[in-house]
Design a protein around this ligand. Structure first.
Ligand code: PHE
Length: 451
């Protein structure tokens, strides 16, 4: 059977795919979310479960999703329809595509607000952070949260940045920018770690992240860590299927996925290590929540030699990391609207950006004017984060594992993934048994956590 979609554009090389997918994976999830989630979920317990989830669930599913995209050669919905047909299964499996696309747009709405904070801090960094007592940095972040117009303005700027790139197609702009920005971000993080070693408390940070304390593990932490493994690898949200659909036949999926997951994990750990080194040296609160990096890093930049330049560079790079992730949240929806409703790319981008922008405005207001508005005890920001990261992503991941290892013909999977012999058997069995069972068991806890 052949996929009847028109031939698709493809990445110019294997490295291009690796780069854009690293661009999608490495983002606010690594630099903003990982540290604050770690701080709010008991440190090492969270980190070690997160690492286990990356190995046992994340990497195998990253390979599976890339494989589905490359075989499907279309938007997540059309790819799943084609693959279900090919396997003689029900068209209902398209639901994987829909969950992903809707989830990605919901994520984008709060992602853009947070990226807006980073834009504001890039601005503040350019003016230079003054050496003030540590409390002042917390207050400065609080002042931003209390200012809806400012937040909405930056959110608008960020959405416009995403729209511009996705309007022009993904390859030229983002592929090129990532080639420079990702290595630079990596270098800066290493530099920050060096600062942590010299001027802050790196051993305490190391202990906090890696000294496992089984008593700190609870359902909350399990679910948060698994959700974050999905979030950071961009899983279940159509992004990887879409990027995989632009991937050429000659590329080894397993090897590229290992590079991607390795880079993503390394960036998160580097960010975590340097941030907590500062937190402990300054006697700050690890569980400060979403503002953690915005309260700690400016403090460090205000004190370190050359901190003005390093601060600006750092925040610019975080903006780029966020930008390259955000376009991968927008692109799957755009492919769907152009394919299904025959919209032009421009119309699709405008419609989706407008919708996401409006929801983002509600997110920005949830920190101030609308802070009393709660659903299930959660404000809009937390609600969207919980719904996507802790529910839609694991659900999509579960369905992807089942589809790949139970519904597709094994011979097709084997041929497409490009693994042989015992390597294939190992991966296949992980996707067949370990990943779905692990997701299911952790997911069941959702009911307990929310109820
Ligand atoms: N992986 C991105 C990050 O860590 C977020 C993301 C999630 C991007 C899902 C695409 C799809 O910031």
């Amino acid at each position: 059977m052949k996929n009847t979609q028109a031939p698709r554009a493809h990445w110019s090389s294997r490295w291009a795919f690796i780069l854009v997918t690293i661009g999608s994976a490495v983002g606010l999830g690594n630099i903003w979310k990982f540290p604050y989630m770690t701080g709010s979920n008991g440190g090492s317990a969270f980190v070690l479960i997160y690492l286990a989830c990356i190995v046992g669930i994340g990497v195998p599913l990253l390979m599976a999703e890339t494989m589905l995209g490359r075989r499907g050669q279309a938007s997540p919905v059309a790819s799943m329809r084609f693959l279900a047909d090919e396997a003689g299964a029900a068209g209902l499996w398209q639901i994987i595509g829909y969950i992903g696309i809707v989830g990605a747009l919901l994520i984008l709405s709060f992602y853009s607000v947070v990226a807006g904070w980073v834009l504001e801090y890039t601005w503040r960094a350019a003016a230079g952070f003054r050496a003030l007592p540590k409390e002042a940095f917390g207050e400065a972040f609080g002042a931003l949260l209390a200012d809806p117009l400012r937040m909405i303005a930056w959110h608008t700027v960020f959405m416009a940045m995403c729209a511009i790139v996705v309007l022009g197609g993904v390859t030229a702009g983002i592929e090129r920018a990532n080639k420079i920005m990702m290595p630079a971000l990596f270098a800066i993080l290493l530099g920050l770690l060096g600062y942590g070693a010299v001027a802050a408390d790196l051993p305490a940070s190391f202990r906090f992240l890696f000294h496992f304390d089984p008593a700190a593990v609870n359902r909350q932490v399990l679910l948060a860590a698994m959700g974050h493994a999905f979030f950071t690898l961009s899983l279940g949200m159509g992004a990887i299927i879409t990027y995989g659909s632009y991937l050429g036949r000659d590329v080894s999926i397993p090897r590229t996925c290992l590079y991607i997951a390795g880079a993503d994990t390394l960036v998160a750990l580097l960010a975590g290590l340097s941030i907590f080194a500062i937190v402990f040296a300054q006697g700050l609160e690890p569980a400060a929540g979403p503002g953690l990096i915005l309260q700690t890093l400016p403090l460090a930049f205000s004190q370190m030699p050359g901190g003005h330049a390093v601060g600006v560079l750092f925040f610019v790079l975080v903006v780029f990391a966020a930008w390259s992730s955000a376009i991968s949240l927008l692109e799957p929806g755009v492919t769907l609207l152009t394919e299904r409703l025959a919209m032009t790319r421009r119309a699709a981008v405008l419609v989706l950006c407008l919708g996401v922008w409006l929801l983002g405005v509600a997110v920005a207001l949830s920190f101030n004017e609308w802070s009393a508005f709660k659903v299930f005890g959660l404000g809009i920001f937390d609600l969207l984060d919980t719904l996507t990261t802790k529910m839609m992503m694991p659900l999509a991941g579960f369905l992807i594992a089942i589809f790949t290892a139970w519904v597709m013909k094994r011979a097709h999977v084997e041929q497409e993934i490009g693994l042989r012999g015992s390597h294939f058997t190992l991966w296949f069995n992980v996707v067949r048994y370990l990943s779905p069972v692990a997701i299911f068991v952790i997911f069941l806890n959702v009911i307990g956590v929310i109820g």
